[in-house]
Design a binder for this molecule. Structure first.
Ligand code: HEM
Length: 534
């Protein structure tokens, strides 16, 4: 019995335990009793039944029985690592977050993921990628929970669970989209606001080559505020210093299921630490109103991007990933990213999808990892003050705040943060005309997709796009769905639609002006009776 954990209290000394080697560890039962060997099952005589008193065996097997926790309902397949963030340029003029003072550093953990697949699914799926960062700042944790594409499939949060279901297994056939794409295209053909994301997903940027070669985008508009309470809208971007790289459909098919995990892990192991810059676009409330008036771009609608020409990127800092997890389950599976984890100076906007996410993530964490998930070592803030609040008990409450009062006590008062800003100013926000009916399709929805087709995609990219879409549609069981989706593509470009008609052998509808969508209002319908959803 050689070694002891340094503090004598290993439950509180996770970091010490995390790095401990097997050679320095004594084999024990879960209650700490040293055992001679794992294969010491107690039984009645040589061929007799086992004994109920054998805690060692029951301890082992019953814990094994409980090893699985629910996987994330989306973004279940992922990889992660730890690193450090540094503010190289500073943002103090616009944002009072302490971490944005020039020269500030903080430890971070990052998790990348695919979206639709299960936890054992393929890393090289044609799917958006998740890109989440937990910044352990001196003022608590800030989680930036983003994707690798600047836009999303929807602007009405009520559509999210239904859309995600179309990428999961069919309730009856139990098949995924790999064998049957009917549900996927059925949804998209009824919800044309998805078209911008569909163009990106089905194009050359649809399958990133691992996680190191992709950018990240919050996509949502949030608010940043300075010490005077002056605020601006902001969009955060993570720009890969490795550059971007993507696979074609054919290349992706030759890769191993854990390609991205292996790529990230091995790069970090050999000291080739991946790096990103953290950058921001900002906009005043007045500029947001003008953007709506002039271009019909609503800053609370994440199917649209902010034009970079008018709202250029400003660099704030950099981060690198320089440490692999010692224990994947403890440090990556149990990590809980939450868009509602914001530090003073960063605020939500009225973006309805973002607002819903503020509720959804902590709700998922309570289900997935328990009421006290914030006490799991990987989730605990690294602040230099003692944290206290009035949350007590519940399952696995191993940081239960000792004998401190569990109510607002006048006998033992605690410290409160000073109010340093003018809250009235901070909470005033632009609601102007940009808050529109969420489920209405407008001509502006097709502008950015059209620019992609006409100005960004070259001939090769167009050919690959048509091949990707028609290949994916080949497992769609209903011709009517394809006809509708072609009509949506026709609103993007006649050229695109006719090429797709040739590739699928199916003649699509002329455009969406004659279509009615289930649940989505068609603001482009000629016939007024078709405008409302059926
Ligand atoms: C994961 C809900 C939209 C990025 C998740 C999880 C839920 C969820 C429940 C699993 C959380 C967990 O178990 O830890 C929603 C809802 C949305 C939405 C309800 C819309 C209404 C978005 C958008 C983005 C995004 C627009 C990107 C801009 C992510 C990422 C993860 C995630 C990156 C994985 C986090 C991790 O690595 O642990 N989402 N989501 N989601 N979501 Fe969303």
């Amino acid at each position: 019995m050689s070694s002891k954990p340094s503090s004598g209290d290993q439950h509180r000394d996770y970091l010490d335990d995390r790095h401990a080697k097997s050679q320095d560890t004594v084999y024990t039962t879960s209650n700490g009793v040293p055992m001679p060997h794992p294969y010491e099952t107690q039984r009645m005589g040589e061929n007799g039944p086992l004994l109920l008193q054998d805690f060692h065996l029951i301890d082992l097997i019953s814990h094994f029985d409980r090893e699985r926790i629910p996987e994330r309902v989306v973004h279940a397949k992922g990889s992660g690592a730890h690193g450090v963030y540094r503010t190289t340029e500073g943002l103090e003029d616009l944002c009072m977050a302490d971490m944005f003072k020039k020269g500030k550093e903080c430890p971070i953990s990052v998790r990348f993921s695919t979206v639709g697949g299960e936890s054992g699914s393929h890393d090289c799926a044609r799917d958006p990628r998740g890109f989440s960062i937990k910044f352990r700042t001196d003022e608590g944790n800030w989680d930036l929970v983003a994707n690798n594409t600047p836009v999303f499939f929807l602007r009405d949060p009520a559509k999210f669970p239904l859309f995600i279901h179309t990428q999961k297994r069919d309730p009856s056939t139990h098949l995924t989209g790999a064998d049957d794409s009917t549900m996927f295209w059925d949804y998209l053909s009824q919800n044309p606001e998805s078209i911008h994301q569909v163009m990106i997903l089905m194009g050359d940027r649809g399958i990133p080559d691992g996680y190191r070669h992709m950018h990240g985008y919050l996509g949502h508009t949030v608010k940043i505020a300075n010490k005077d309470g002056d605020w601006k809208y902001a969009q955060f971007h993570m720009i890969s210093q490795q550059g971007t790289k993507f696979f074609t459909q054919e290349e992706a098919a030759t890769k191993s299921p854990d390609y991205s995990q292996k790529d990230l892990y091995e790069a970090i192991e050999k000291g080739d630490f991946p790096k990103w810059s953290l950058e921001v676009q900002t906009m005043t409330a007045k500029e947001a109103e003008d953007l709506w008036e002039e271009k019909k771009i609503n800053v609370f609608d994440l199917t649209h991007i902010w034009p970079h020409k008018d709202f250029p990127l400003r660099k704030i800092g950099e981060f690198e990933l320089n440490e692999n997890a010692e224990n994947y389950f403890a440090e990556i599976e149990q990590i809980a990213f939450n868009p509602a984890h914001m530090v003073p100076g960063i605020e939500p906007s009225a973006d309805p999808v973002f607002q819903s996410r503020l509720f959804s993530y902590p709700d998922a964490h309570r289900h997935r990892i328990g009421a006290n998930y914030q006490q799991l070592p990987v989730n605990t803030p690294k602040v230099n003050y003692r944290m206290g609040n009035f949350q007590r008990d519940g399952n696995m409450a191993f940081y239960n705040q000792g004998k401190r009062p569990n109510y607002l006590s006048s006998i033992e008062p605690m410290h409160f943060r000073e109010r340093s800003v003018n809250l009235d100013k901070l909470h005033g926000h632009f609601t102007g005309n940009a808050v529109t009916f969420l489920s209405e399709i407008r001509p502006e929805d097709f502008n950015a997709p059209r620019a992609l087709w006409e100005k960004v995609f070259d001939d090769g990219a167009k050919e690959r796009f048509i091949k990707n879409v028609s290949g994916h549609m080949s497992t769609c069981r209903k011709e009517e769905i394809i006809k509708r989706e072609i009509a949506i593509f026709r609103e993007v470009s006649e050229d695109l639609a006719s090429r797709l008609e040739k590739a699928t052998g199916i003649k699509g509808y002329d455009g969406i002006s004659e279509l009615q969508f289930n649940g989505t209002h068609n603001g482009m319908a000629k016939d007024k009776s078709k405008r409302t959803a059926n």
